[in-house]
Design a binder for this molecule. Structure first.
Ligand SMILES: Cc1cc2nc3c(=O)[nH]c(=O)nc-3n(C[C@H](O)[C@H](O)[C@H](O)COP(=O)(O)OP(=O)(O)OC[C@H]3O[C@@H](n4cnc5c(N)ncnc54)[C@H](O)[C@@H]3O)c2cc1C
Length: 462
């Protein structure tokens, strides 16, 4: 028996599922969003430990996150956001001899003492490097291969590797260039060079009169979890928590897709959206699409962990005024990097206290997550002492492990996801989630058109 019929049924109340449900409801669809968990937000969770406010996953977004800001503006009661304190502009690299400020703009990149004269000349030659033709749409080049080919190995090792390890927990040798940063490879294909593509883009936005907004980092005043909570509040009764899916039945030209819940209830929909991690999608799709389930089961995720370290400012070295630092070339540290939360927001730690988030593990060191809490604490504090030039005596040291934290966009990943979707569109099923659209919160918020035309009302009501 069909208990409920809706236009869009979303499984998963992470950022991807809620954003999609919100945009579809705004467009006039009847929606239902369900989640096996008893809270919304997925990996986004803001917790209070001692006097500190800690994020388990995302802490901030760049001002270029246009989809996220569009969604934020569309909310009737958007949670307050604020720009990060001015310190956020500085970023450091931890090298052999402590922290060094990262060059932020192309001119400073090309004059930085972190590169030899020969390495700078090689990087500046990028516009003259030949374009690689992509045969039969084969995009198998790794990100490190692409950047080394265009800018030289020194740029890969000095800047790219610390960046992808620290921000995505992934080695650039494991990421696909066109999968992780499709805009970079598109610039090479369209303009013959990344630098030429960037210049062209700047020229176009100038000509269109579009003002380049201030580039800054923004964050939620009450913590990141306030965002999914606010979206869920606007969706109201459409959100059902603690609701596990038992099976799914695909739809077609004549039938809506249907989910059967663990309690036997059925919900039929013009479009069934699976906004859950790849393995959870594979479990539901296994009985009806085994080939796609195999492909989803094989999507690699990076094991990463975060340690929130809070301390009285007087019980540790001076913390630099900066967004954070990344482990750079030559460093013996095992941590991947740190975000200096209390340098960015006045809302995360009391006056006279510091809070930082340390990232470790990642594709190059997944075993770090298996260490005991005591060993992790010892290693993190030792690495921080090297970076900051003095020992921290924390009053909070909170470890959180994500064994499958961040999807890894390996070479060919986007093509495989597109193929899977092409097989499922006919059956009124959509795959969503950060492993499909992209890792940052902004990609999770992009509005998407319906997969296909709605069924005639009489059929949809069956
Ligand atoms: C440590 C870390 C730091 C990060 N930092 C940043 C950052 O600073 N900025 C940024 O932009 N991004 C950041 N990200 C990335 C960003 O947080 C994620 O990409 C995004 O939140 C993922 O949302 P999602 O909806 O795709 O998945 P999820 O958040 O994983 O949501 C999936 C949902 O599906 C539910 N579910 C699973 N299985 C089932 C089932 N069978 N039935 C019903 N429901 C089910 C789960 O309960 C969950 O609610 C970070 C991620 C991590 C891990």
């Amino acid at each position: 028996m069909t208990d409920t019929v809706v236009d869009t049924l979303v499984v998963g109340t992470g950022m991807s599922g809620l954003a999609h449900a919100f945009w579809r409801a705004k467009a006039g669809d009847t929606v239902c969003v369900i989640d096996a968990a008893d809270r919304v937000g997925g990996v986004l969770e803001t917790v209070h430990v001692g006097p500190y406010r800690i994020e388990r996953a995302a802490t901030s977004v760049p001002s270029s996150a246009s989809h996220l800001f569009a969604l934020h503006e569309a909310l009737a009661e958007p949670p307050a956001m604020h720009p990060a304190l001015p310190a956020a502009k500085a970023q450091y690299l931890l090298g052999k001899t402590g922290l060094r400020r990262v060059p932020r703009s192309p001119p400073t990149l090309f004059t930085t003492p972190m590169l030899t004269m020969g390495q700078r000349i090689r990087a500046m030659a990028e516009p003259f490097m030949p374009k690689r033709r992509i045969m039969n749409n084969q995009r198998t080049e790794t990100l490190s291969g692409f950047v080394t080919r265009r800018f030289g190995r020194a740029i890969t090792e000095n800047f790219l590797r610390p960046f992808t390890n620290g921000v995505y927990g992934a080695s650039p040798d494991k990421l696909g260039a066109a999968d992780a940063f499709p805009q970079l490879t598109a610039m090479e294909q369209r303009h013959g060079s990344v630098v030429k593509g960037l210049i062209k883009k700047m020229g176009e936005s100038k000509a269109s009169g579009k003002k380049r907004g201030k580039r800054e980092i923004r964050m939620f005043e009450e913590g990141t979890e306030a965002f999914p909570k606010a979206i869920a509040a606007e969706l109201g009764d459409a959100v059902r928590l603690g609701t596990a899916v038992a099976t799914i039945e695909p739809g077609d030209d004549e039938r809506p897709a249907t989910v059967v819940l663990a309690n036997g209830d059925r919900i039929a929909a013009q479009e069934l959206v699976l906004a859950i991690p790849a393995r959870a999608q594979a479990t539901l799709l296994g009985p009806i699409a085994p080939e796609i389930a195999d492909l989803l089961n094989a999507v690699p995720y990076v094991a990463i962990a975060v340690a929130a370290v809070g301390f009285e400012a007087s019980r540790g070295p001076k913390v630099p005024d900066a967004f954070g630092f990344l482990r750079g070339r030559g460093s013996k540290a095992r941590i991947l990097g740190a975000t200096l939360n209390s340098r960015l927001s006045p809302h995360v730690a009391p006056e006279g206290h510091e809070l930082m988030t340390i990232y470790f593990g990642g594709s190059e060191d997944p075993g770090f997550l298996d260490e005991s809490d005591a060993e992790i604490r010892r290693q993190v504090l030792a690495d921080l002492a090297d970076a900051l030039g003095g020992r921290i005596h924390p009053d909070v040291f909170d470890i959180y492990r994500w064994p499958r934290g961040i999807p890894l966009f390996a070479p060919g990943h986007r093509g495989r996801m597109a193929w899977a979707q092409s097989q499922l569109s006919e059956r009124r099923i959509r795959l969503l989630g950060s492993h499909v659209t992209g890792v940052g919160l902004d990609s999770c918020c992009a509005p998407l058109a319906p997969l296909r035309a709605p069924l005639p009302p009489a059929v949809a009501r069956v």
